[in-house]
Design a protein around this ligand. Sequence first.
Ligand code: NAD
Ligand code: DAU
Length: 336
Amino acid sequence: MHLLVTGGAGFIGSNFIKYILEETDWQVTNLDKLTYAGNLENLADIQDNTHYKFVRGDIADNQAVNNLFSGNKFTAVVNFAAESHVDRSIQDASPFINANIAGTQVLLDASLKYKIDRFLQVSTDEVYGSLEDDGFFTEDTTLAPNSPYSASKASADLLCRAYYKTHGLPVLITRCSNNFGPYQFPEKLIPLVVSNAIEDKPIPVYGSGINIRDWIYVLDHCAGIKCVLERGVPGEVYNIGGDTQIHNIELIKMILSVVNKSDSLITYVKDRPGHDHRYAIDPQKIKSQLGWNLQYNFKSALIKTVKWYIDNQDWWNKVKSGEYINYYQKWYGIIK
Ligand code: NAD
Ligand code: DAU
């Protein structure tokens, strides 16, 4: 098996590559543009592994992608590469359209041309939109994305479906809930809360903090992707979720207690426009049809994750500089 992983220098992609190298003897090529979110330090411990190769490039660059496919015999593609932060998509949707939609189309075309055995699109529960207080997202829930980010991911899912229906490309789609774990870019809620708390900076909470997310430890997501890649039925969608719904404010207070900081750091700020109220995945299909199950307990994985950020301040100190500071000041305004 020679796997092409795109976006492997980001949060989930880097965890996935390390997981695959530990669990299998597969060859992995990582194609990543190294945007602000891509960081080769996430992969420092495997850079000399003979089963692994890094290539810098843009999935939306047709020529570069075709050169890569023609020079390698990839068996399968796992597409993580994307612009992934909702707030940035509110500021400027263009990079999301380019990477998430045009980039997926370029990869689908190359996969068709070079007769790839499996194409796995890493999608998100956000394509289903928002839930009220009851119910779950199943694979049959209507797509109703509310942010430019989720609209771009839903568009990519539909392209994948079309390449399966029209061209018979063996496409699989996974839709996962909110991941947490090491190497997550600190613009996202959990590493933002931990790093701001350590620095005694205000913790910005959108609205009144009552929004609900369904949290999953990143390695449970990685195991789900490997399971779908090996055993999923082409053309099918598989939801992956953590069975752990928590209000943002409750999660933030849990993190502050692990870091041993006061709740007084909590600062309520203007709500995210179009803020989805609740996500909750029904993962019954992947459990019953493919035998996947959660392996990590939420509380202990959260504590382990918070400790990782406490022990790896150098990692996020470097990341929280330059471009990040400009973004932070522009988005959060007066909060420093
Ligand atoms: P991330 O922002 O941490 O990483 C994205 C990676 O993609 C970066 O390394 C970046 O350099 C790379 N990239 C961006 N545009 C590229 C391009 N045009 N060409 C090549 N590389 C490019 O994101 P993440 O949180 O690791 O998410 C990875 C994938 O999983 C995304 O597709 C996201 O939609 C999906 N997802 C994320 C979550 C979550 O909770 N984080 C949940 C479900 C699904
Ligand atoms: O559900 C899967 C999705 O989870 C992925 O597709 C996305 O790539 C990923 O970024 C994540 O999206 P969210 O918008 O849910 O994650 P985020 O960490 O940005 O926010 C989590 C919740 O916390 C959300 O309700 C908004 C809130 N929040 C976030 C930030 C950054 C705050 O209250 N304050 C903040 O400063």
